[in-house]
Design a protein around this ligand. Structure first.
Ligand code: CAA
Length: 261
């Protein structure tokens, strides 16, 4: 598959998708988002891929939806295609992707860029990362999860401030607030993201899938439903050979050899 706005590679069991539209600060034009959907779907359907890294450039992860493309659009058109969540686009692919996606963010992650990082399973940040929802400054508002995921990730007070002022939050503040799992030196972001994704991809794929769904259940639903979901998911790991292999390996003091299936 060839791409105009992405660079797509693989490192062992990790699929790497790099947003690559530097002349527009990786603004999420329709073409880029459609390509992202194709790349995510391809990796998600590939049994040899156990985790995905979604990243951008050194100075910009993504500066949001493409303002030039939106300039002359009207409400009826946006509503008709449910923009930005167009049914066959990258946003929907990110939502349905069952392979864990690590967002590796350096530089600006603004507007739709911040929302895209938040739609991933976790965010690893370079110390140069800057997160924000500046839509208010151009007379609109977040439309791809900014007012929803940001509140759940960092709480109402900080999310409200960021969305109402458009202020950017640096990497250290983002880590303190709970938006990112870790901050690493900018020069080490790629290596660290690959190491993180490789660790995930080395575990049993069906178990990873259940853990991911269970954590997302906590993010999205009420506690008792989440606890029940977690218990059933835990019990179902006992149907996998990988569960027996993992425990046997521990008892026999050796490394497990997971089948991944
Ligand atoms: N859409 C289209 N083009 C963009 C863009 C965007 N979101 N962000 C940057 N660009 C383009 C600029 O127009 C410029 O292009 P030209 O060289 O052709 O003029 C190029 O990228 C470089 O940008 P700047 O000259 O502005 O670079 P800078 O380093 O001075 O500033 C920045 C960087 C702070 C990220 C600034 O570009 C900026 O504020 N961008 C807009 C951020 C924004 O408002 N994002 C929200 C978009 S709305 C949205 O995302 C809605 C949603 O929820 C789905």
């Amino acid at each position: 598959m060839s791409y105009d706005y992405l660079r797509v590679t693989r490192e062992g069991r990790v699929g790497v998708i790099r947003l690559d539209r530097p002349q527009a600060h990786n603004a999420l034009c329709n073409g880029l988002v459609a390509e992202l959907g194709r790349a995510l779907d391809a990796f998600d359907g590939d049994a040899e891929i156990g985790a995905i890294v979604l990243t951008g450039g050194d100075k910009v992860f993504a500066a949001g939806a493409d303002i030039g493309e939106m300039l002359d659009r009207d409400m009826a058109g946006l509503q008709a295609e449910d923009f930005p969540f167009a049914a066959d686009g990258g946003w929907a692919a990110l939502e349905r992707c069952r392979t864990p996606v690590v967002a590796a963010v350096a530089g600006y992650a603004l507007g739709g860029g911040c929302e895209m990082a938040m739609a991933c399973d976790l965010i690893l940040a370079a110390d140069s990362a800057k997160f924000g929802q500046p839509e208010v400054k151009i007379g609109t508002m977040p439309g791809a999860g900014g007012t929803q995921r940001l509140v759940r990730a960092i709480g109402k007070a900080k999310a409200m401030e960021l969305c109402l002022t458009g202020r950017m939050m640096g990497a250290e503040e983002a880590e303190r607030a709970g938006l990112v799992c870790r901050v690493v030196p900018a020069g080490e972001l790629e290596t660290e993201a690959l190491a993180l994704a490789t660790t995930i991809a080395g575990h049993s794929a069906p178990v990873v899938r259940l853990i991911r769904e269970s954590v997302n259940q906590a993010f999205e639903g009420p506690l008792q439903a989440g606890l029940t979901f977690e218990r059933r998911a835990f019990q179902s790991t006992f149907a996998f050979e990988d569960r027996r292999e993992g425990m046997s390996a521990f008892a026999e003091k050796r490394k497990p050899s997971f089948r991944h299936k």
